[in-house]
Design a binder for this molecule. Structure first.
Ligand SMILES: Cc1cc2nc3c(=O)[nH]c(=O)nc-3n(C[C@H](O)[C@H](O)[C@H](O)COP(=O)(O)OP(=O)(O)OC[C@H]3O[C@@H](n4cnc5c(N)ncnc54)[C@H](O)[C@@H]3O)c2cc1C
Ligand code: SF4
Ligand code: SF4
Ligand code: SF4
Length: 364
């Protein structure tokens, strides 16, 4: 490719950001900041040049454009490396399971699988940190790097609005310093092992970065994707929820989508809002999204198709598969026992269900 053809942040603004296709993952900024180019920043949920003056400092390297999950380049190669041949991607195994940890059971969204995987990885010293999403006092998602399993309860559960989970990677020096201060051990920052939890679009960006072998994604040691049908604009979502349920965002304990949107207050009052009433709050980029299960990951986890209280787990890579095997073998999670008369049809039925959900999503 000739230099003249390299796309830059200005192209990203034209092709993605200004046409509302940006999913605010933060990958462009995490990369640019990590190279100390000091050019772009996230303003709310929008990546922007830091100032008019910084426009001329852009190195026009083009990496921000290529790693963006909403651009075409690299997608074909990504599909090849992740063995993606259809809408569900590579599946080594598919089954339902739930946590055996009583505390996680209480706070987990579905089967508490995501938090339990992180708990196991911390316990066995297989990660130094994890990127998760916590929330503020008004239930607004906050991307966060956590360094200990003691912090897991704060991220358990689902907040159905954007959490720019790749953004915290922008300052690796700070991450390394935090790890040193918490564990009092010296690490080579390039050798850190961080688990990444995110939506399918965020996992796609991380996978593009890993494909190019660029910083700061080199420290991501495992990629766990959540299923995702759609995501909402925070301000619009809480406004509608407040007007329909009379529950203030600061009083929300849990939100859950099961056909409709359910809000549980801190006083355990449960209110239901029609999912149709929330259509106006769906983020624009989600309307054209073709990913439901998160194909570019080591593991995909969601509730769709799972019995109540369980999560569906799709293992995609050998790394993801053997991790889940270890959690089962050590009793961190327990597998859903399929009734004897359903064993032969269970797996094909679930695969069909997930395909149906994906095509429903694409027709939205
Ligand atoms: C926007 C969104 C839409 C989803 N839509 C569906 C769906 O249509 N069908 C379905 O089956 N599953 C969906 N999920 C996934 C589902 O809600 C659960 O996250 C999943 O089943 C894992 O449950 P768990 O009990 O194992 O997770 P837990 O152990 O409770 O852990 C939950 C994890 O989710 C992360 N998280 C919470 N909110 C966000 C956020 N806004 N962005 C990124 N990460 C976040 C936390 O960091 C935490 O690590 C969605 C998730 C999100 C974030
Ligand atoms: S320096 Fe490179 S990564 Fe940063 S904004 Fe410019 S093109 Fe994008
Ligand atoms: S990389 Fe992420 S944050 Fe940056 S423009 Fe693309 S979608 Fe938006
Ligand atoms: S629906 Fe697609 S674009 Fe929207 S948050 Fe989920 S994975 Fe990202």
């Amino acid at each position: 490719m000739g230099l003249a053809e390299v796309k830059t942040f200005k192209n990203l603004e034209d092709d993605v950001i200004s046409v509302n296709r940006c999913c605010a993952c933060g990958a462009c900024i995490a990369y640019c900041e990590n190279q100390a180019f000091n050019v772009i920043e996230m303003v709310g949920y929008t990546p922007k040049f830091k100032s008019d003056k910084t426009v001329e400092n852009c190195k026009e390297c083009g990496y921000c454009y290529y790693i963006c999950p909403q651009t075409e380049p690299l997608l074909d190669r990504l599909k090849e490396t992740h063995l993606v041949k259809d809408e569900l991607g590579n599946i080594i195994d598919i089954f339902a399971a739930r946590t055996t940890d009583a505390k996680i059971k209480e706070v987990g969204q579905d089967g508490g699988i995501v938090s339990t995987i992180l708990s196991y990885l911390f316990d066995t010293n297989n990660i130094d940190a994890a990127i998760v999403s916590e929330h503020d006092e008004n239930f607004k998602p906050i991307p966060k790097i956590i360094y200990s399993k003691d912090d897991l309860a704060k991220s358990a559960g689902t907040r159905y609005s954007i959490s720019s989970n790749i953004l915290p990677l922008k300052d690796m020096t700070q991450v390394a310093e935090e790890i040193i201060s918490q564990k009092k051990r010296i690490y080579d920052a390039d050798q850190l092992r961080i688990a990444f939890i995110g939506t399918p679009c965020q996992c796609r960006a991380i996978s593009k970065m890993k494909l190019l072998n660029i910083k700061p994604a080199h420290v991501i040691s495992i990629v766990i994707s959540l299923f995702c049908f759609e995501n909402f604009d925070y301000d619009k979502l809480v406004e509608i929820l407040k007007s329909k349920t009379k529950i203030n965002p600061s009083d929300i304990k849990k939100t859950n989508i099961k056909k409709n949107f359910f809000v549980t207050s801190k006083a355990d009052q449960v209110a239901e809002v029609s999912i149709k009433d929330l259509d106006v709050a769906v983020r624009n980029h989600c309307l054209e999204c073709d990913e439901f299960v998160g194909r570019f990951s080591d593991l995909s986890i969601g509730a769709s198709g799972a019995p109540a209280g369980y999560s569906m787990i799709l293992t995609r890579t050998e790394k993801g598969h053997s991790l889940i095997d270890s959690l089962l073998a050590t009793g961190y999670i327990e597998r859903y026992i399929i009734p004897a008369d359903q064993i032969s049809e269970w797996r094909p039925k679930k695969i069909n269900w997930l395909k149906k959900m994906t095509s429903l999503k694409m027709k939205k």
